[in-house]
Each structure stands twice: as C-alpha cells, then as structure tokens.
Design a protein around this ligand. Structure first.
Ligand code: PMP
Length: 381
C-alpha cells in the first residue's frame, strides 16, 4: 500500500523519533524549574526556539510554541480579536479557510464580531485588491491561508501583506502557513505578516506540536489561563521532546525545500496530466498551485467509493481534508470555487511527500485508470 496523503499528516523522520525518545527518557525536567533538570530542559527549548525561528527567518522571541496549528490559529484569531476589540470588531477572511480558522471566526461572529468572507475565484484564490477593498474603519484582522489544504491553491500572501500594510497599517495580518512551509518558499516577515501558524506533523515532525509567530510589538489575549510560559501567551508546561522534534523536522524541511519542490512538482505534473486525460475526472488544482497537492473530482461517483477503490489498487488518498473527511457534506472549498454539488461531493486529494518516486507516480496513474474502469458501470447519471 502506498500512502499519498501527506497533506493530512506525514510519518515522522526516524531520527526525529529517536531524538524525542531520548529526550523523554533523559531530559524530562520542567523547563520552568530552576534546578539542573529544569535548566537542561530550558536550554533544549531555547535551542529549538532559535532553530524554528531561523527556519522562517524571524527572531527567537517571536515564536510561541503550541499544540499544533489548530491552537495557533485559534490563538492568533481570537487572541487578536479580544486584545484589539477597542479598535473595532470586524475580521476579514476567505471562503476556503481550514476549519480551525473558519470555526474560530464563526465563534467570534456568535460573540458579536462581524466577519467578511472574501469569495475566491474558480482556481481558489483571492487578490490583494479584494482584501484591501474589504477593509473598513473597524477592521482589526485579516486571516487567510498561504496554501489551501484541499486544492493546493496559493494565495498571493506577499502582495496581500504589502498592499494591506500600505493602505491599512493598523490591521493585523495572520497567515495560516501549515501547507506551504517546506513545500514553497516562505518569508512571513517579508510578507508583513504579524502572525503566522505552523504545524510540525505536516513536515515529518510529531503530531501535537506547532507554533505561532507573533511579530514583536503585536499583543494577544491568551486563551489559556495559567502559568507564564511562552511569554505569557500560552500557559502550560512545554513539551520539550515534541518541540525539539519539531525544530529538527523544520530544519530538515527548510534545507530540502527547493529540492523537494522541484522534484515533487514533476510527479504532480505527470499525475495531473493523467487525470486530465481521463474524461470522467475533473481537475480542481492548477499548475501554479503547491507542488505536493493534486485535487480532482469524480462527479459521477461518491468520493468515498472512489477512495476505497483506489485503496483496493494499492493507493491511499484522501477525500476533502482529513479534518472534514468524515462529514458527508460537499466540500465547502469546492463550492466556494463555484463547483456544483456533484463535483464538490466527489472530490479526492492526492498529496505527495519527500519519499515518493517516479515509480510511485506510475503506480498511482495505473490505479486511477483501474478505478475508473471498475466504477464506470456504477456511475450515477
Ligand atoms: N491549517 C491547515 C491549512 C491545515 O492543513 C491544518 C491541518 N489539517 C491545520 C491548520 C491544523 O493543524 P493541526 O493538525 O496541527 O492542528
């Protein structure tokens, strides 16, 4: 069985697992303790913080460790909204955000904030002009993703950040960077992002570790009450082992990004070409999207039937994103891109990782042909 669901999660590098195991066994101190055990844990955290910061080109004291990007996104959005509510209660986002952003803004809506969802075009992106046009005098935050987790569509974050800060410098800019980091070039400071979320498990680090970059000078209302860890922004004893594992995975991802991108893009392109050649299938990803994601629909078939058929032919792919794939609803992302319900209900995502080869892509192409041949007689018309 071949795993083509790296956008959902990745297998941690064996070296990352070894390092984390060693830390759990030998460096179990609480980084806040002032004795030797604590100091050693604190030193590991400091080194990890410097490493994570270097991987995204920011300062170490701008990194807040979290339990993953869901928490980072919640902290960025609700933390900024609560802290700056005296400036206004309007938030701008897009129609295709990850559930952790979408549900966060919906919760703020219930608490009295006003939210503008900018529509995306048929390829799934918004323009900088659309974002700036949506800004009002009471806008406090723009939150959007770099790379879409379902389709791989890339928002022009650098253009958006620059135009936003030129026109409305007081409006905070949050980027959910989870699917872009390690796959395409990232530079949150250059994009003028104030807040930037990452997750370790998408780049062969551990699950349950993430970070939020908080630009110096930006304040947030913490969501957890407790100790003063993480500059007072995230109470709770830091998980030294997972954080060191994340730093290691992030360093490797940064070192290999250019190589990964050019090699994996070739695999993606050949699989895209195959999908385009099968009349039953419709591509939802475009050439200029992220190098590791191909999304397509089989409108005449339920997505889970297609998924299990591909599995029968040895390939594990995904329906929608892992976070939404157990819901029977059509994809919110595809509907926002203007696809009809059949297309939005028959969506499948293939996502590549650094271990994939030309042979894997060939196997996947064969499985796609076999799947359609097997399902053709069962198509709903
Ligand atoms: N944002 C995006 C774009 C994602 O793809 C994910 C993971 N599916 C998350 C946020 C949430 O990350 P985590 O699993 O670390 O909570």
């Amino acid at each position: 069985m071949k795993y083509f669901d790296y956008a959902a999660t990745t297998p941690p590098y064996p070296d990352v697992v070894r390092t984390m195991t060693e830390i759990m066994e030998t460096q179990f101190g609480n980084a806040s303790s002032i004795h030797g055990y604590g100091e050693r844990a604190d030193q590991l955290l400091r080194r990890a913080r410097t490493g994570c910061a270097a991987a995204i080109g920011v300062k170490a004291d701008e990194i807040v460790f979290t339990s993953g990007a869901t928490e980072s996104n919640n902290l960025a959005i609700k933390g900024a909204a609560l802290r700056y509510s005296s400036r206004g209660k309007h938030i701008i986002t897009t129609a295709t955000e990850h559930a952790s952003v979408y549900e966060s803004v919906l919760q703020l809506q219930q608490w009295g904030w006003d939210v503008t969802f900018i529509p995306v075009d048929s390829t799934g992106v918004v323009t900088a002009e659309q974002v700036v046009k949506a800004v009002r005098s009471d806008t406090v935050l723009v939150s959007l993703m770099h790379v879409n987790n379902e389709t791989g569509a890339i928002h022009p974050v650098e253009e958006i950040g620059n135009l936003l800060k030129k026109n409305a410098p007081r409006v905070l800019f949050h980027v959910d960077g989870v699917q872009g980091f390690g796959k395409v070039h990232v530079a949150p400071a250059k994009w003028k992002a104030d807040l930037y979320s990452l997750s370790a498990h998408k780049v062969r680090g551990p699950k349950g570790a993430g970070l939020l970059y908080v630009r110096s000078g930006v304040e947030l209302t913490p969501l957890l009450s407790g100790g003063s860890q993480e500059h007072g922004l995230r109470a709770g004893t830091e998980n030294t082992a997972l954080i060191v594992g994340m730093a290691k995975a992030m360093r490797i991802a940064t070192e290999r990004q250019i190589d990964f991108s050019s090699r994996i893009r070739l695999l993606r392109d050949r699989v895209m070409k195959t999908i385009a050649s099968i009349p039953e299938l419709e591509l939802n990803s475009t050439q200029d999207g992220a190098p590791h994601i191909v999304h397509f629909s089989y409108p005449a078939m339920k997505a889970e039937v297609a998924l299990h058929t591909l599995e029968q032919f040895g390939c594990t792919v995904s329906t929608q994103s892992a976070c939404s794939s157990r819901s029977a609803e059509p994809s919110r992302v595809l509907l926002a891109m203007g696809r009809d319900v059949a297309c939005a209900s028959g969506g499948l995502r293939i996502s590549f990782g650094d271990e994939h080869t030309e042979e894997d892509a060939a196997m996947l192409e064969k499985a796609l042909h076999q799947m359609v041949a097997q399902l053709r007689p069962l198509e709903r018309r």
